[in-house]
Design a protein around this ligand. Structure first.
Ligand SMILES: [Zn+2]
Length: 328
């Protein structure tokens, strides 16, 4: 998605955040040691516990802070919001409020040097370097200007923001370390290095991929099909481009095909249980009408598709997610 010309742009100077650098060095060393402990000295229950909690963490980011809070692609009731808030806390990536603010700025500045998540540079910068640096003064200013009124009116988001470090200590540190020791008698190294360090490393990397995966999985205009078996090539898709143009769609393509990935399936399950309502999507019909309107009125393509999608959304039955292929 980034051309050679784009990659030569001048990026703002940013200071390294040394406490973060040291923290991530330790987390990587301890997490990788956790991988060794996992294969040599860990109960099966602890391994299961580690991967189930990692899955909940990923759900907290993709269905929670990304689809629900950053892009408002569906409405959640209180019970679902509390569940997703706890899941998001299990990632240890900071509060939902701060994550959403940065993600909205990332969308706004996507592909430009001002994007704090380096979407105009390369995968390493987006995935690693952006986590280790402070924002430039201009980026801090841009961040302050992001409209966050919707989240400021959300009591659960603001509760998590206020009590984040206490929730982090309980959900992300104490419970995951204590459970293997207390409930099924596993060893201290298994609890510390597998259930905590390795899990933390896994969930953080999954969460960072939300903002960096477009470098790997997005197609670009220079892409030439290859006969390589590399998974990075055979799974390439235009889905990331679609997301950055039209983010208001509950159907995702992060862990599976568009409309059939894990996060999408979970949101449909929440809806079927009555916890999620007003699932927004953009049908092919809406894209067709939007493109026609753009040609006929000489209007902005994205704005025309958004308007058509809003009209077509009103024509969809409330339970369209139960028969998604019919309303694609
Ligand atoms: Zn997004």
């Amino acid at each position: 998605m980034v051309s050679n010309a784009d990659s030569k742009k001048k990026f703002p100077k940013r200071e390294l955040n040394w406490p973060k650098v040291l923290f991530y060095i330790h987390l990587n060393v301890l997490g990788l040691y956790g991988l060794f402990v996992l294969f040599t000295n860990t109960f099966f229950l602890t391994i299961l516990f580690t991967f189930v909690l990692s899955g909940f963490g990923a759900l907290g980011v993709t269905a929670g802070s990304h689809r629900l809070w950053a892009h408002q692609t569906y409405t959640a009731n209180k019970a679902l919001k509390i569940f997703l808030m706890i899941c998001q806390t299990l990632v240890g990536q900071g509060s939902i409020y701060n994550w959403v603010r940065l993600h909205r700025l990332h969308h706004k500045k996507f592909g430009t040097p001002e994007d704090p998540l380096y979407s105009g540079k390369d995968f390493f910068s987006a995935h690693v370097r952006a986590q280790l640096e402070n924002l430039s003064p201009e980026q801090e200013k841009d961040l302050e200007e992001i409209d966050m009124k919707d989240l400021e009116e959300d009591k659960i988001v603001m509760f998590q923001k206020r009590w984040y470090w206490l929730l982090f200590l309980v959900c992300q540190v104490l419970l995951p370390i204590n459970s293997p020791l207390e409930y099924w008698g596993d060893s201290v190294p298994a609890a510390l290095f597998v259930a905590f360090s390795l899990r933390y490393l896994i969930t953080l990397n999954i969460a960072w991929l939300v903002n960096s995966a477009h470098f790997i999985w997005a197609l670009n205009s220079n892409f030439k099909p290859s006969d390589s078996n590399s998974i990075f090539i055979i799974t390439k898709t235009y889905w990331p481009q679609y997301h950055y143009l039209l983010p208001c769609d509950y159907q995702t393509g992060e862990f599976g095909d568009y409309g059939a990935d894990l996060t999408t399936i979970w949101i449909r399950i929440f809806a079927a249980m009555g916890n999620a309502t007003n699932l927004k999507t953009i049908t092919s019909e809406a894209v067709r009408v939007g493109l026609t309107n753009a040609v006929e009125t000489d209007g902005d393509v994205v704005e025309c598709i958004k308007s058509a999608a809003a009209v077509k959304q009103g024509e969809l039955p409330n339970d369209h997610y139960l028969n998604a292929s019919k309303f694609m």
